[in-house]
Design a binder for this molecule. Structure first.
Ligand SMILES: Cc1cc2nc3c(=O)[nH]c(=O)nc-3n(C[C@H](O)[C@H](O)[C@H](O)COP(=O)(O)O)c2cc1C
Length: 236
């Protein structure tokens, strides 16, 4: 066998392996319907008057059910972008959902240009989804600084490195920037990353979605009105 033939064979073997993987994946996508397990019932008549209270119950329920990273959500901004973020706080009385990020990142710039967003949570063990839609406001700089100083040293170093989502030439450039930021933090432990901002979605609409294995899902939507929260079901 020539070198060339053996090379072709290897290439074919590689293609077959990936073709096999793709076939396997396609089978899994068909054979594994989501939420094919026992899920909690959603007694909508017993739901609290405000969405914040129900959210607190559901998020606590997700932690208790062992959902890993239950406080992690998708932040969608106006435009084509979404990304995963951590929920930092919730204020049920005001209907505020808090998160944090760099004002000088793509999401920060998008929020500055159009301060509207949606937050989406999904807790697979419970088949529950929550969607929060509303306007976005920035928190006070002093509160952001206070929160920043409570973050782990690695999180603070990462924020000080900054330049989030900009092109990176390689690992070495990152290592150097990290070392500089870590040194700065060691010198000045109270340093706060420049663009670090607390944001809140002021909910206008919050949807609670309870999945069911038989696909008879239940959806309850709260809408903010001049008279407080109105709520109603929507078709699944
Ligand atoms: C589990 C998880 C948690 C994250 N938490 C945050 C966060 O709280 N704040 C943040 O700015 N980015 C967070 N990220 C990174 C974002 O998903 C995203 O990559 C980054 O914010 C850049 O987004 P942008 O280019 O749209 O601004 C997290 C990512 C994951 C996977």
């Amino acid at each position: 066998m020539t070198e060339n033939q053996s090379g072709n064979e290897n290439q074919n073997a590689g293609e077959n392996a990936s073709a096999n993987e793709l076939a396997q994946l396609r089978t899994l996508l068909i054979d594994r319907p989501p939420m094919a397990r026992e899920l909690p019932a959603f007694e909508v008549d017993e739901a609290p008057a405000g969405p914040g209270e129900l959210f607190v119950q559901w998020l606590l329920g997700a932690f208790r059910a062992g959902v890993p990273d239950a406080q992690v959500m998708v932040l969608s901004t106006a435009g084509p972008d979404g990304r995963v973020l951590v929920l930092r706080d919730v204020d049920p009385a005001a209907g505020l959902w808090w998160f944090a990020g760099d004002a000088d990142s793509p999401k920060g710039r998008q929020l500055a240009a159009e301060p509207r967003a949606a937050l989406t949570f999904y807790w697979p063990q419970l088949g529950r989804q929550v969607r929060v839609r509303g306007t976005v406001q920035s928190g006070e700089a002093a509160a952001a600084a206070e929160q920043f100083r409570l973050l782990s040293p690695n999180s603070r170093t990462a924020a000080l490195v900054g330049r989030q989502s900009e092109p990176l030439t390689g690992a070495e450039e990152f290592r150097t920037a990290w070392a500089q930021a870590a040194a700065e933090l060691a010198r000045e432990p109270r340093t706060v990353a420049e663009g670090y901002t607390r944001y809140a979605v002021r909910a206008e609409e919050v949807e609670f979605w309870q999945g069911a294995a038989d696909r008879r899902h239940v959806r309850l939507v709260y809408r903010r009105s001049a008279d407080g929260w109105q709520r109603g079901l929507v078709w699944p």
